[in-house]
Design a protein around this ligand. Structure first.
Ligand SMILES: O=C1O[C@H](COP(=O)(O)O)[C@@H](O)[C@H](O)[C@H]1O
Length: 223
């Protein structure tokens, strides 16, 4: 794991967008298509605002979320909504979006079909992840019903995930799928997440989920 510190979030966004765009161009020089995985939540919005205009052959890129909250796309908590509104615009509107939500009542009813569309696009070429102060990344939450299964080497690509206290069920890519990405970036802001990440360095993924993706991880941090 390597950490780059930036003066502020704007400087971080500029540099990170340059890195992701460059990683995508490298991936596209080796393969017909590239798979870009992005996080949801609050942190990536400003990065998406810049990334959508980056010089990339977007019509050769598949875009996929790291995880999703099981809410209709129009819902304020939908990660898909964030991606559609702030990433899949401008040049990036030409990218192919791989859905991580279907209009079924439960994720269990849809995960196999969603995973079947994702599988042919793997491995991940370029991945950007976020992290919570509780050290979760994607929707790998300690204490969630499928958490330990999601850390298994033979876990299905996509798993439903329920955590007491969370307002909706979720789906997440399995740890081995995330960890298999060819380029791995993590974006975090603030002292609390920085401290949590430092702590996670010495912990097992069973206690600190982000530790499951730390090999060759490039961390981008701003205050
Ligand atoms: O719920 C989620 O949270 C994490 C962290 O979000 P942030 O706003 O604190 O950066 C995010 O990476 C994940 O994709 C999302 O579903």
């Amino acid at each position: 794991m390597n950490i780059t510190e930036y003066a502020d979030a704007e400087m971080m966004s500029i540099a990170l967008v340059g890195r992701i765009a460059s990683d995508l161009r490298t991936a596209l020089s080796n393969r017909d298509r590239a798979l870009l995985v992005v996080p949801g939540g609050e942190t990536p919005g400003p990065i998406f605002d810049d990334l959508c205009g980056a010089r990339v052959e977007w019509d050769r890129v598949d875009v996929l979320l790291s995880d999703e909250r099981w809410r209709p796309e129009a819902h304020i908590r939908s990660n898909t909504r964030l991606v559609r509104e702030r990433l899949l615009v401008d040049g990036a509107a030409a990218a192919n979006y791989l859905p991580m939500y279907a209009r079924t009542e439960t994720p269990e009813e849809a995960v196999d079909e969603l995973a079947a569309a994702i599988e042919p696009c793997l491995p991940i070429s370029v991945m950007l992840l976020g992290m919570g102060e509780d050290m979760h990344t994607a929707s790998l939450f300690r204490g969630a019903d499928n958490f330990e299964r999601a850390l298994d080497r033979d876990a299905p690509i996509l798993l439903p995930m329920r955590l007491d206290g969370e307002p909706e069920p979720r789906v997440t890519l399995a740890a081995h799928v995330l960890d298999g990405a060819m380029r791995k970036h993590l974006v975090i802001t603030g002292d609390a997440k920085r401290k949590a990440l430092e702590k996670a360095r010495t912990m097992s993924p069973y206690d600190a989920p982000v530790a499951a993706v730390m090999d060759d991880l490039e961390v981008h941090w701003a205050p």
